[in-house]
Write a protein that binds this ligand. Structure first.
Ligand code: FAD
Length: 544
């Protein structure tokens, strides 16, 4: 199999053009082209009236060696790399008494459990929230009736934080072992559309994610894994002292039950603030890390489509347009778009009473009226100094302020972009109807954030208009607050064993531990951690 990279064709090319282009590119007879598949498809929309599709293709030809030799100087025609996943050696001695425990069933925990199960290591998964269908009822209940279940919501429950999301599956992590391919393949096996394997910015959308999560659960169970829902870990049991002798020996559940294990993966996400405290109290090494704060912004999707794609707006292959923008403000702060959701809705993402936090989601079709994106300002521990968990307190403070500004009933505080920039409260919506449920309460958003963030955002909204014409739109709607852009802490681990810096047998994993940001990177981290657990279990196994 050989790979052709960077093969460019016009957006509206006919189907046969791909075959013709391959034959032409390789300089072969049409009869010698046996088969081909699209490995990746992206587009270049810099010239909006002449958008180009860019393909990477895996091609089977007669006389492959001769073709490769003839094109040896062509950097875009190469042998196709092997992107298949290979399990690490797990060793024959691993047995039930040493069952690994995985806390959290978001994308990270799901992949830890799936890979361990596929290696025959029968993990036990503990998830504080409910099964995904029950959780969906609770989450939609909160959006409609303002009734928050603090253990079953957008953040907590089967599937983790990304379940009610846009399901964007791209990431900028380095992935030399092609783990991302394994993640996408497992998603397709569980019901995701095949195209996620080849489009450059794959997304799944909320409803399909729910079904996929159920499929993956079924596979883990079929392979001998065990999954317990409504099972919160309230304590981590550690034996020994000092940095080299501490060893995890088990967990204590909210029910009081104690579960013994020497291989404990903590894939708890960025919202498990109570569990962060437990880890800190038990002496596990934790440090503060940077994250970002800001608002969600809603524009008409048609404005973004026209700006990005010009006359090609609405083209089926291109879909709803996304954007990525950055501005370096004069006060030294970076302002950037985050988790942009084309054709989606802004959602209430609270997991604690008396606090409001926003996020975004969409369906696979991405055909809602508004484009939404978080626009956030980068902050660092120097903005919340003093304690490893000070970032958590800072987030809580901003979310509590947002609750009050929203009217104290889980409505989100909102403001029109023009009013925010000009520093006056909003009193009526314009042409953009916000999508947030239960509702948006118009107010002045300036008190929601520290002054430095407000100043940087005001400057950025105007500056963004140079990058996306029309972005500074007087009646675009801002809702607040975005605080859970990533974890406020890092639970540091060794680079090789992936175990906690000072607690053996504890594997901090995924976004909550500060080692991922997004569904794909959390899932890839899950694979890495599963391999580390398997290798450690094989090392410590007693031969049968
Ligand atoms: P999580 O998904 O947060 O999972 C952690 C799990 O641990 C939770 O299910 C929680 O209930 C459980 N848990 C926590 N504490 C305990 C405990 N003590 N005992 C037992 N269980 C516990 N990312 C993207 O890449 N693309 C997107 O389109 C996207 N959209 C998003 C939309 C929304 C609304 C949200 C909230 C997030 C979105 N994200 C998106 C971010 C993405 O969801 C996260 O990066 C990802 O889910 C992190 O995975 P994780 O497994 O590390 O943690």
């Amino acid at each position: 199999m050989l790979r052709i990279n960077e093969l460019k064709l016009p957006l509206d090319h006919p189907e046969h053009a791909l075959r013709d282009a391959i034959v032409g590119r390789l300089g072969i007879d049409g009869a010698d082209l046996i088969d081909f598949t699209v490995f990746k498809r992206s587009y270049d929309a810099r010239k909006r009236s002449a958008i180009v599709l860019i393909y990477a293709l895996d091609v089977e030809v007669r006389g492959e060696a001769a073709v490769l030799a003839r094109l040896a100087r062509d950097q875009y025609v190469v042998p196709a790399p092997d992107t298949g996943y290979k399990f690490v050696e797990a060793g024959p001695g691993a047995f039930d008494a040493a069952r690994p425990v995985v806390v959290g069933m978001g994308p990270c925990g799901l992949f830890v459990a799936l890979i361990l199960a596929q290696m025959g290591l029968k993990p036990i998964v503990l998830e504080r929230g409910k099964e995904v269908r029950e959780r969906t009822v609770d989450t939609f209940g909160f959006w409609r009736k303002r009734k928050l279940d603090t253990e079953s919501n957008v953040q907590f429950g089967e599937g983790g934080a990304g379940t009610f999301s846009d399901g964007k599956l791209y990431s900028q992590i380095k992935d030399p072992k092609h783990y991302g391919r394994k993640v996408l393949s497992e998603f397709v096996k569980s019901g995701a559309p095949e195209e996620i394997l080849y489009v450059s910015k794959p997304h799944i959308g909320t409803f399909r994610l729910v079904k996929m999560v159920e499929q993956m659960r079924a596979e883990i169970l079929a392979l001998g894994g065990e999954i317990r829902f409504k099972t919160r870990v309230d304590d981590v049991l550690v034996e020994g002292e000092g940095t080299s002798n501490r060893q995890v020996v088990g967990v204590k559940l909210a029910s009081g039950e104690v579960l013994a294990t020497r291989h404990l993966v903590m894939a708890i996400g960025h919202s498990a603030r109570d569990t962060f405290q437990v880890l800190y109290d038990r002496g596990v090494y934790v440090e503060a890390k940077p994250f970002s704060i800001g608002f969600r912004v809603e524009h008409p999707q048609s404005l973004i489509d026209t700006c990005r794609f010009g006359p090609n707006a609405g083209n089926k292959i291109l879909g709803a347009a996304d954007y990525k923008i950055v501005h370096h403000a004069s006060n030294g702060r970076s302002v950037y778009s985050f988790c942009m959701c084309p054709g989606g809705t802004v959602v209430a993402a609270s997991s604690e009473e008396g606090r409001v936090v926003t996020n975004g989601m969409s369906q696979y079709s991405r055909n809602e009226r508004n484009a939404n994106s978080a626009i956030v300002v980068g902050i660092t521990p120097s903005d919340y100094p003093g304690h490893p968990l000070a970032g958590v307190a800072f987030q809580r403070e901003l979310e509590s302020r947002a609750f009050i500004l929203g009217g104290g009933n889980y409505d989100a505080p909102g403001q029109l972009m023009g009013d925010f920039v000009k520093g006056r409260p909003s009193t009526a919506f314009g042409s953009v109807t916000p999508s947030f449920k239960p509702a948006v309460h118009l107010t002045d958003l300036a008190p929601a954030l520290p002054d430095y963030a407000t100043l940087a955002l005001r400057e950025a909204f105007v500056a963004f208009d140079k990058q996306i014409r029309g972005y500074y739109k007087e009646d675009a709607v801002l809702t607040g607050v975005e605080t859970r852009t990533s974890s406020p802490i890092r639970i540091k681990r060794h680079d090789d064993s992936l175990q906690s810096l000072n607690t053996r047998g504890l594997y901090p994993a995924g976004e909550g531990a500060g080692y991922a940001g997004g569904i794909m990177s959390a899932a890839v981290d899950g694979i890495r951690v599963a391999e580390a657990v398997a290798l450690s279990m094989a090392d410590s196994a007693i031969p049968l």
